[in-house]
Design a protein around this ligand. Structure first.
Ligand code: NAD
Length: 471
């Protein structure tokens, strides 16, 4: 049990109102989180605004404090990982690795070099292309990877010279608040403020006049509300939203390698990954062998206590998500799907759903057409590669996708035709701070990571000046 406070202006900030965060493995309390009021939000926004002028002035200092932040997170990985495990149900070693991941993002952005561009307009004049920070950034995160997804926003936003007010999901606020406390020992007061509360707190943030940018990761529905609210005063937005990633297996693919890769790409974090594989297209003439190979891996996966050694899969992280996955699975079975492995909830306490491979489905069933975000994977049969591509692209989601083949050149050509922000060849879910990440269509607006992600936390200023002046 851990009771966390909010962090405003570098200090623990207690509130009169708090709520229990539920441990999804046991359905008991994992600790208490504060429920921010509008006054708390006002205090956080004002603190961030006050801290901005100083923070935006000295880039070398920002780089060095980002490096310190990375070190502080590494030092606190076990402590933060234990809190994350309790509130999210992630198996403990995976929760700890998430903290190291967040640290990696801070180091990457601390050291990222962005070339300074100067354009010679004529013999006497140049335009310097400068990047200016935006001001206060409101960062809003989901429950599936609260710390690493926060770091995708915090590290570039802070490096670019902005100050931040961060709000985690109401389902998993504790580790993010604890991270805020760790980082309050690194950053000057007001540079990073962390609040917790319900969805309405997110809506208050997007409507607040101080932030100039909203960086949001969450559902398509949430992203739509954010975009509408931000539009009213032309705040900048980056939206990282849901996905329904397809994996297309070509007829020459190696059975064991592909089954291993697809299983990992679909069932990591019990399927609760925005860019996890959510539909598999297998060639009809090899359909049964791929279904059987995936089912064997699902049968072998160990689901259970996140604190026990050897656990591969924890529970779903939230009760609504558990209800949704159980509902989608039941609907698919009612519509003729056959479970080649798993097939239902585990029963007993905790939000556990058995890792399930579904066969015999096609489009038109909700678990294929929508984002299931859980450990249930439909495998669909196709006749021709053109047909598989059309079906993979025939959705308003466009986050990721992958093509699997013994012939990488063939797979690269087909992957390049997937309509999505990340197209992988013979792998899925491979992410890096250096590689841009974002969604086509309903899966998002803008990208995170790499120099592109850093640039999204700034405005371009063209400084039109005589040649020869100091830059
Ligand atoms: P969600 O949209 O319900 O909530 C995300 C965050 O937004 C939470 O902090 C929530 O409190 C807040 N929020 C909700 N309504 C809001 C509003 N009207 N205004 C402002 N803030 C609001 O999403 P979730 O259930 O927490 O997360 C799961 C979803 O996130 C899945 O769809 C998943 O694919 C997506 N996701 C996307 C990425 C990505 O990078 N593309 C990464 C992880 C998760």
């Amino acid at each position: 049990m851990t009771n966390q406070a909010m962090i405003i202006e570098g200090k623990r900030w207690d509130t009169s109102s708090s709520y229990d965060v539920i441990n999804p493995a046991t359905e008991t309390s994992a600790g208490k989180a504060p429920d921010a009021s509008k006054d708390d939000l006002e205090a956080a926004m004002t603190a961030a605004q006050r801290a901005f002028p100083d923070w935006s002035r000295d880039e070398d200092r920002r780089r060095s404090l980002l490096r310190e932040a990375a070190a502080a997170l590494n030092g606190a990985a076990e402590q933060l990982g234990a809190i994350l495990c309790a509130e999210s149900g992630h198996p403990l070693p995976q929760a700890v690795v998430e903290i190291y991941g967040a640290s990696l993002w801070f180091s990457y952005f601390a050291d990222l070099e962005v070339p300074h561009e100067t354009i010679e307009l004529n013999a006497t004049t140049v335009a310097e292309v400068r990047r200016r920070p935006l001001g206060v950034v409101a960062a809003i995160t989901p429950w599936n990877y609260p710390l690493v997804l926060a770091s995708w926003k915090l590290a570039p936003a802070l490096r670019a010279g902005n100050t931040v007010v961060l709000k985690p999901s109401p389902f998993t606020p504790l580790a993010t608040l604890a991270m805020g406390e760790v980082l309050s020992g690194v950053f000057p007061p007001g540079v990073l403020n962390v609040l917790s509360g319900g969805d309405e707190l997110g809506a208050w943030m997007t409507a607040h006049p101080i932030p100039r940018k909203i960086s949001f990761t969450g559902s398509v529905a949430g992203g739509r509300s954010v975009a509408l609210s931000a539009a009213a005063d032309l705040k900048r937005v980056t939206l990282e939203l849901g996905g329904n990633d397809a994996a297309i297996i070509l007829d020459d693919a190696d059975l064991e390698e592909v089954a291993d890769g697809i299983f990992k790409g679909a069932f990591a974090n019990s399927g609760q990954v925005c860019s996890a594989i959510k539909r598999v297209y297998a060639p009809k003439n090899r359909y049964d062998e791929f279904v059987d190979a995936l089912a064997a891996r699902a049968d072998a996966a160990v689901m259970g206590d996140p604190l026990a050694e050897g656990t591969d899969l924890g529970p779903l992280s939230t009760k609504p998500q558990y209800n949704r996955v159980v509902g989608l699975l039941g609907d698919a079975l009612d519509q003729g799907a056959v479970a080649a492995s798993g097939g239902g909830a585990r029963g007993g306490s905790g939000y556990f759903v058995e890792p399930t491979i579904l066969r015999g489905l096609s489009e038109g069933v909700a678990i294929v057409d929508e984002e299931q975000f859980g450990p249930v994977l439909p495998v669909l049969a196709y006749d021709s590669v053109e047909e598989a591509l059309a079906r993979a692209n025939g959705t308003m989601f466009g986050l990721g996708g992958s093509v699997w083949s013994a012939d990488p050149e063939r797979a690269i050509e087909i992957a390049g035709r997937l309509e999505c922000g990340t197209a992988w060849v013979n792998t899925h879910l491979a992410l890096s701070p250096m590689q841009p990440f974002g969604g086509f269509k309903w899966s998002g607006i803008g990208v995170e990571n790499g120099p592109w992600g850093l640039a999204s936390f700034s405005e371009i200023q063209a400084l039109h000046r005589p040649l020869g002046e100091a830059t």
